[in-house]
Design a binder for this molecule. Sequence first.
Ligand code: NZQ
Ligand code: ZN
Length: 385
Amino acid sequence: MNNFTFWNPVRVHFGEGQIEKLKQEIPPGKKIMMLYGGGSIKNNGVYQQVVKALEGYSVVEFSGIEPNPHYETLMNGVEMARSEGVEYLLAVGGGSVIDGTKFVSVAIPFKGNDPWTILSEQAPTEEAIPFGTVLTLPATGSEMNMASVVTKAATKEKRGFMRPELYPQFSILDPTTTYSLPKTQIANGVVDAFVHTTEQYLTRPADAPLQDRFAESLLTTLIQEGPKALALPEDYAVRSNIMWCSTMALNGVIGAGVPQDWATHMIGHEITAEFGLAHGTTLAIVLPSTLRQMKSEKQAKLLQFAERVWNISEGTDSEKIDEAIDKTRGFFEAMGIKTKMSQYDIKPEAIDTMVERLEQKGFVALGENQSITLAKSRAIYEGCL
Ligand code: NZQ
Ligand code: ZN
């Protein structure tokens, strides 16, 4: 196992009715900005619960944060927060609202000329406005991690950044808030959590059996519970388990001390940037192709995945791995997600543009061994057609 420092300062309040804990979490007298998306929280009662819990505080609202949040939109939030003298941010929504709020929290006090450089050049941020979250979509793990992904719509650049200032102070996870999710969003969330796990597990052996077993338990739980969430939309136990899996998949626990891949994410981000596909959908398309392309480098862990996660015991090692990759694709499809670019009308000609964008960002040596060159990324896209 590699050396690591494990640190996660986020307080999580999990369970039905926990939104009322907002009062306990946000210091009295703080001027709050509540940030949310396109209005799902007004239709499912979450907005009303939050407003009630914030009675007595001075609150301004910033809405309209879109999926794959746009830098341009978020900068309007930054201006509003500055002019209103906001002291605390509250994100209410999915990964996009939380990631957007993270960016706003460091952009408000940013002293540099151009806040986009926080993403494009990883410009340092010394301060952040404190924030908490109310999660309504289990998927990204953003509620308990220090990452954020923002898109500049003008140039179709989707970029991420990570730093300790981006840990929320607290996150409220009430599984009943997810009952209103459309099936496609549930499916995208389950796939996202699944692929977060494989990015930290399907690499190379690292003498880390505990992290391996953690990862395998997340994967098998998602395989077991995911289809139930589609069939039984208001089953509290199912929604609870999916919510906690997706948080645990990307809060640092399973990745501590082990090699990490993330190529599927980087390659998938370009599909979102170019064609607007949901994040989880891009991962369902890309992961099977990445695993096939990297089969020999990842052989030992792929075999472990085949045997322990998919219970495959027959055949040669190579056959077992192929079957595990097929079963993984089958799982994504059983969740209702099409796994080929052609099914989204993405033509082979688009691959050139996406490979160029990877090159512009310097993503020319991806993966746990930095061995995914541009040529390999191209082959992965070709395997997605
Ligand atoms: O905007 P509203 O009206 O709220 O609707 C949203 C949105 O249209 C809707 N929704 C959310 N909760 C709902 C609901 N609809 C009904 N009932 C509810 N309870 O769902 C739609 C999608 O929401 P979004 O937040 O975009 O989805 P997700 O949570 O999957 O977030 C995706 C973003 O997170 C980034 C992705 O790249 C993408 O930009 N990621 C962030 C990561 C991180 N911070 O660690 C890691 C991930 O790998 C990922 O890259
Ligand atoms: Zn993801």
